[in-house]
Design a protein around this ligand. Structure first.
Ligand code: FAD
Length: 310
């Protein structure tokens, strides 16, 4: 069976998904039992911004100015493609939205009975909310925010105060606090990051010195005046682990254990031995150059019903 469903209308972050409409299918994969979602464009929804947090104002919310430029509309007479996407997770769904916006026809082949992959959530028979994954959003997730704006679900984002919290053993809680004001004037990147780093009690002074050496000689500094060039340098570090790169630049084991491992886990469920230097330095250069990149957002509750694929 093939299902026609309003992908843009699906409330990935909202309480209730749009009901799917079943239509006939003659697709080869569908005949083999693979559920298929026919993606169709839905009208744009107006979006409102739910802005919370004491130190994070509307200008820090995911406004259109933070989004990357949308792909240009297709040229007149450009061929319309019929595209099959394998997997209805965030990657597949967002690709479908972009292709639909370009006027192509899209079928999503999803192995499960529902779409969303690791961003799906549902309530089990005992009433427990089960989340498959994603629940925290950094301010530099520009593409994700652009997708959420198209879906009309930005209103479900809640802002957290601009500080990151480390929960150590025995209830020892310490902050990496980006809030930086001088006479009520908010100070932004890169100074708020330097302030956060040099005042955090999560690291010892000796480790801060070693960190300064490592990051001060990294492409993150180049990113301050040449972001494109810095990204080229950073992309070249895909084959080296963050641990190897960091220690070869004078970084300490204590910093890895106390600060960079928790951040690596948050990014990819990997520790610094397994995550690449490219991955870590990419997010560091965003944090260093864009005031809002390190702001965290969460969702105002998880949807209680999975977005069905069948
Ligand atoms: C517990 C957890 C917490 C997370 N927290 C965060 C967070 O706080 N912030 C953050 O940014 N990221 C977080 N992530 C990561 C984020 O959720 C994922 O990176 C993202 O959702 C992956 O999307 P995807 O489409 O690439 O893959 P998936 O979501 O895995 O989607 C792949 C889809 O393809 C389908 N599929 C696979 N093989 C086939 C096949 N052969 N045929 C048909 N269908 C197939 C699967 O069923 C699935 O639906 C978290 C992940 C987990 C697990």
């Amino acid at each position: 069976m093939q299902v026609q469903q309003t992908i843009r209308g699906a409330r990935l972050g909202g309480p209730k998904p749009a009901a799917p409409r079943a239509v006939c299918s003659s697709g080869r994969l569908a005949r083999r039992g693979m559920p298929v979602v026919r993606a169709v464009a839905a009208p744009e929804r107006p979006s409102t911004l739910n802005v919370a947090g004491q130190d994070v104002g509307p200008k820090d919310a995911p406004l259109p100015s933070l989004f990357p430029t949308a792909p240009p509309p297709p040229a007149p007479g450009a061929p319309k493609l019929r595209v099959a996407i394998l997997g209805g997770g965030l990657a597949g769904l967002s690709t479908a939205v972009e292709l639909l916006d370009q006027g192509h026809e899209v079928d999503i082949y999803e192995g499960r009975q529902w779409v969303g992959g690791k961003v799906a959530s549902f309530k089990d028979k005992d009433g427990n909310h089960i989340e498959m994954g994603l629940h925290v959003f950094f301010g530099c997730y520009f593409n994700l925010f652009r997708l959420m704006a198209k879906c009309g679900v930005l209103e479900n984002l809640l802002l957290k105060d601009h500080t990151h919290t480390f929960c150590n053993l025995d209830g020892d809680v310490r902050e990496l606090d980006f809030r930086f004001f001088v006479n009520d004037t908010k100070i932004g990147a890169p100074f708020h990051g330097l302030k956060a780093f040099f005042t955090t009690p999560q690291l010892e002074p000796i480790d801060k010195v070693a960190n300064s050496l490592a990051l001060g000689t990294s492409p993150v500094v180049r990113a301050l005046f040449d972001p494109e060039g810095a990204m080229q340098d950073i992309r070249a570090l895909d084959n080296i682990s963050f641990t190897d790169w960091f220690k070869s630049h004078g970084g300490s084991d204590a910093s890895i254990k106390r600060m960079w491992d928790p951040i690596a886990y948050a990014l990819g469920f990997l520790d610094c031995n397994d995550i690449s230097a490219r991955c870590m330095l990419t997010i560091f250069q965003f944090f260093a150059t864009k005031t809002d990149a390190s702001v965290l957002r969460m969702l105002s509750g998880s949807p209680a019903v999975a977005v069905p694929g069948l």
